[in-house]
Design a protein around this ligand. Sequence first.
Ligand code: SIN
Length: 312
Amino acid sequence: MPLASLPVLRHPTAYDMQRALLHAPQLAPRDYHHIKAAPLSGALGAEVTGVDLAGLGASALAEIADALSDHLVLVFPGQALAPAGQIAFARRLGPVKTWPYARPMPGYPELTELVSGPSDIHNFGGGWHTDSSTFPRPPAFTVLQCIEGPDAGGDTSFANQYLAWESLPEAVRGALAGLRLIHATSKGFGDHSRSTGSSHVTTTPVLVPAEHEGLESSHPVARTHPVTGRKALYVNAGFADRFDGWSPHQSQPLLDALAAHGGIPEFTCRVRWRPGTLVVWDNRCCLHYAHNDYAGQRRVMRRAVVEGEVPL
Ligand code: SIN
């Protein structure tokens, strides 16, 4: 298992950052007619204005799809969609499924309310991860809307995993190309979130149904995006348990190195939420991290997930 000890994975200066960061769509957004897209950082993310998601025409939707391909994370301020409107928008992106690990919002099975209360210690989604990578068909998109936010804090960061993959030296990419990773529910939600509900991650408990407790899926370490055809590093510290055919002990050093690489600050952007801000991100090519820095305050989000394909 020579990969685990490759020095290049322990020395960030060996990464080819500059080549990876020459990311044309982010630096020069397309010329849109129905939306305005302003990049959030050199790596990924754009704030999209000039559009009402509640009354979206086909041409504006097509531009949003293009912008998602280019920027990976789209931030729509001032939308304040009603629950039915958020579900309807998510459905324009693909099939919307009920997320099985939390009680759905009453009357709206496709929405999960993520509520953090003032006395919560942990938050939902703290730590770099991609949503539900333990599923055989993990969500392609997450559509998250802020209902109530702290005055300051509670931002979400995102990291571009195309850049994470492209910045690895060619020899490392070659060595990783055929490798698969086991994503495990037990790794992500662990003992504190079993169906007994013995403790709460946030005011909204995560309740893993018994049939999901042992759920694992094997996915490629580098997945090819079905729309852009680009490869993205598909490793996340939240759910990655071990490489296929390796023990957890053998896997950990390389997992740690790749997970740390995926969250390098130059690959990131940071979103500040306001009530009514809606964000869509592509789980197939970016990681996200919910900041847990708003102790004593409430944060309420509504989330819908759009089913994706089997990662290739
Ligand atoms: C999530 O991890 O899906 C939620 C992220 C957030 O609440 O910022």
